[in-house]
Write a protein that binds this ligand. Structure first.
Ligand code: NAP
Length: 491
């Protein structure tokens, strides 16, 4: 052990080993839990296993820091966010490596995530300076009517493991820009990226207490403390619908402002006038990025009957070329799943689909690499009564379903309690408008598999969530509107 920072020899080679050691030293009294590499099972680091008491302490720190932070000018907050941005940019390669080590995604995807995460810091640093209020035409001669936008206060944030970096910046940056302070609980599988981001925020001069980090293996305890606290005025959660529902219930007692970015069940519709090459390439990207472990992964691929056979064969042969491996290995296109439970779930869904009549035309089993690896898989003859179409697969399995008419496609696409994103491929303008307007979701994507940016609103409808992240709407989630009526004015 390095006595100063408690860095064990095995950890020393890890990017941000010193920051991890410092964070652990700051919580020296706490027990620890181990973070492992999902590709190899190797132990990466031990991090503090914080509980209710430490979460309460973090809320206190955030409450105390709030007044000073909110009182800073927007320009000052903008400058500090820009400083954080610059430090992340300088160390992007280390952050990407750390991300792949703890999460498993191919290094190229990790690099892209760091850049994507950075865009939110840049965007909200700029937006901090544009939190304009209003002056409303008066209803009485002696009154003037104004609208002020003020920070909500202390924010609680809970993030998932599938984007350990970008889901953190997508919440922390707008909260800080608005003048809020924050208590962040990152996912248990991937706390190292959050520890690194936290260290860089402090290094950038963002005052202690403005961003507070609570790493834990007891998410329920921390969730209860955050939701029960009267000091926490807003909760922003990204994760499963199941946990989102629980947190929403818990927030009822203190009537918190709430943002929920939850699960999805994205339809990916290929109409018979689609550009087939583009549709195949899009389906590969929308399905296999992050090994299918994203809320916007194509979960059901619906193909019109006239082009079904041709699409299925072209898609299958493209899937057959995907290279599975450790995210650190050059050439890897599909990494491991996050843990053994995720592989079990995928296996169960494929087994159920096959028992109900689906056919495996590619993959369909655990990968020869063993551990958390699963073969990129294509299933045909999938029907709506199969479990695989009703829930997030969160794995590299593509179920193909057939439809005849546009009406049927829209019915199938909307036949889910989720409503995050829908993809479709088509050329005919009338069809495009009809379908885009009929799909029940927060995001519709035509003839593309990529769409997310800091400038556009991200979020779902139905059981996919409440609120939007990113874009000009993203800051609204962190401000309260105050109507200021100035009366008694002399004419
Ligand atoms: P999850 O199990 O809901 O976990 C998300 C976060 O909630 C983690 O930090 C987790 O901690 C924590 N958590 C678990 N139980 C909790 C409780 N009782 N109280 C408070 N916090 C609790 O989801 P996940 O498996 O990590 O992430 C995948 C899910 O996130 C998918 O459903 C995906 O679609 C969704 N997602 C949505 C978006 C979006 O923008 N809509 C983006 C990315 C992911 P632990 O890590 O300790 O379990």
């Amino acid at each position: 052990m390095n006595a100063a920072h408690g860095i064990a020899p095995a950890e020393a080679a890890l990017p941000f080993a010193e920051a991890i050691g410092q964070f652990r030293a700051a919580h020296a009294a706490a027990a620890t839990f181990t973070v492992r590499n999902p590709a190899t099972g190797a132990r990466l680091a031990d991090v503090p296993d914080l509980g209710r008491m430490e979460a309460g302490h973090a809320i206190d720190l955030a409450r105390k820091a709030f007044t000073g932070w909110a009182a800073r000018t927007a320009k000052e907050r903008c400058a500090l966010l820009r400083g954080w941005h610059r430090l992340i940019l300088d160390r992007q390669e280390e952050l990407a490596r750390l991300l792949t080590l703890e999460q498993g995604k191919p290094l190229a995807e990790a690099r892209a995530e760091i850049l994507y995460g950075l865009t939110f810091i840049e965007w909200f640093a700029e937006e901090a300076r544009r939190v304009y209020g209003d002056i409303i035409p008066t209803h009485a001669a002696d009154k003037r009517l104004l609208v002020l936008k003020q920070p909500v206060g202390v924010v609680g944030a809970i993030t998932p493991w599938n984007f350990p970096n970008a889901m953190v910046t997508r919440k922390v940056a707008p909260a800080l820009a608005a003048g809020c302070t924050i208590v962040l609980k990152p996912a248990e599988e991937t706390p190292l990226s959050a520890i690194a981001l936290h260290a860089l925020a402090l290094e950038a001069g963002i005052p202690a207490g403005v961003v507070n980090l609570v790493t834990t293996s007891r998410p329920g305890d921390i969730g209860e403390v955050l939701t029960a606290s009267h000091d926490v005025r807003k909760l922003s959660f990204t994760g499963s619908t199941e946990v989102g529902r629980l947190l929403m219930r818990q927030c009822a007692d203190t009537i918190k402002k709430l943002s929920l970015e939850l699960g999805g069940n994205a339809p990916f519709i290929v109409f018979d006038d689609a550009d087939m090459d583009a549709a195949v390439a899009g389906a590969i990207a929308a399905k296999f990025r992050n090994s299918g472990q994203t809320c916007v992964s194509a979960n059901r691929i619906l193909v019109q009957s006239r082009v079904y056979a041709a699409f299925a064969e072209r898609f299958r042969s493209a899937v057959a070329t995907l290279e599975v491996g450790d995210g650190m290995a050059p050439g890897t296109g599909v990494g491991p799943l996050i843990n053994a439970a995720a592989v079990d779930k995928v296996e169960r869904l494929v087994r159920d689909a096959v028992a109900r009549g689906a056919k495996i035309v590619q993959g369909g089993a655990r990968h020869a690499l063993g551990g958390n690896f699963y073969q990129p898989t294509v299933l045909t003859d999938v029907r709506p009564d199969m479990a695989i179409t009703g829930q997030e697969i969160f794995g590299p399995v593509a179920p193909l379903m057939v439809f005849d008419t546009d009406r049927e496609a829209i019915h199938l696409a909307n036949d889910t309690r989720y409503g995050l994103v829908s993809y479709f491929y088509a050329q005919d303008m009338s069809r495009i408008w009809r379908v885009a307007e009929a799909l029940e979701c927060g995001i519709v994507v035509l003839n593309s598999a990529t769409f997310s940016s800091e400038a556009t609103p991200f979020g779902g409808v139905k059981e996919s969530g409440i609120g939007r992240e990113g874009s000009k709407y993203g800051l609204d989630e962190y401000v309260e509107i105050k109507y200021f009526c100035m009366g008694g004015l002399q004419g």
